[in-house]
Design a binder for this molecule. Sequence first.
Ligand code: SAM
Length: 309
Amino acid sequence: MGRSSKDKRDIYYRLAKEEGWRARSAFKLLQLDEEFGLFKGVKRAVDLCAAPGSWSQVLSRKLRGKEEKSEEVKIVAVDLQAMAPLPGVTQIQGDITKISTALEIIRHFEGQPADLVVCDGAPDVTGLHDVDEYIQAQLLLAALNITTHVLKPGGTFVAKIFRGKDVTLLYSQLKIFFSSVTCAKPRSSRNSSIEAFVMCQNYSPPVGYVPNMSNPLLDHSYDVDFNQLEGPNRIIVPFLACGDLSAFDSDRTYPLQLDASKEYKYTPPTQPPIRPPYQQACQLRKNNLLAKEDSPSLPLDEALSNMDI
Ligand code: SAM
């Protein structure tokens, strides 16, 4: 059965189900917080590329905490996709590369800047590593761009990064805006993955910098051999593993019964996705309307109208 069996999926996947997180990524943000104390004094936070919402769940639970604190806390979650509602989180279904999204965030904060911006954005992976790394880098720059519109001086920006061969250029770009940039790898992020997180602290844009969505960072007209940055242009960013050694290793397989005193019980997903892309195919299969090799298939609209939904 190996890893295809539901309950043998990785340990953080199982823990996420047990603890009610919408995705295993919740542990990455929790472990980053353990190391950097991300949430201290944060009242306004933005979660870019938030769906299905486990990072927003962490923000909601950590920042709002007790009822009496929840009034002053504002959290905005942005994603291209809709996500199920969460207490104290305002959702914007939008694109982080658009100025309209930045303006909507600012409107929600009534003109006040954010204390923290987090971004776990990832494009659909193609499997072509160079292409994936390039698109991920562009998404990170788009997140940085939008962050320059909404983050307060001194604020923190956390974003997913792929540690590919051109990562030095990204570090240099981030260092223009933040006095401290660290690359962190939480224990819940698989060793086998090139994913890590940049922890950018103390937002301090260059004097006279005016936030602009058509930022020169995204303009490729300059001619630099990215991988050859030398001397002061080459920024060495410290690398930090987060999550203490007692944390579960995401690349290991654990037995189902983790605690000898408690019998293992399967926990179903807390909240299924609201409109998963495979929903239509599942409905067609349930109604035995999927096209078969040996029988003519119905046109899709006819099949859908025959469906028992
Ligand atoms: N942090 C999330 C969580 O914990 O549930 C998981 C985020 S998921 C890995 C990446 C998300 O990035 C996807 O939901 C995708 O829709 C979103 N995304 C990708 N490009 C985007 C864009 N240009 N604007 C907004 N969201 C985007």
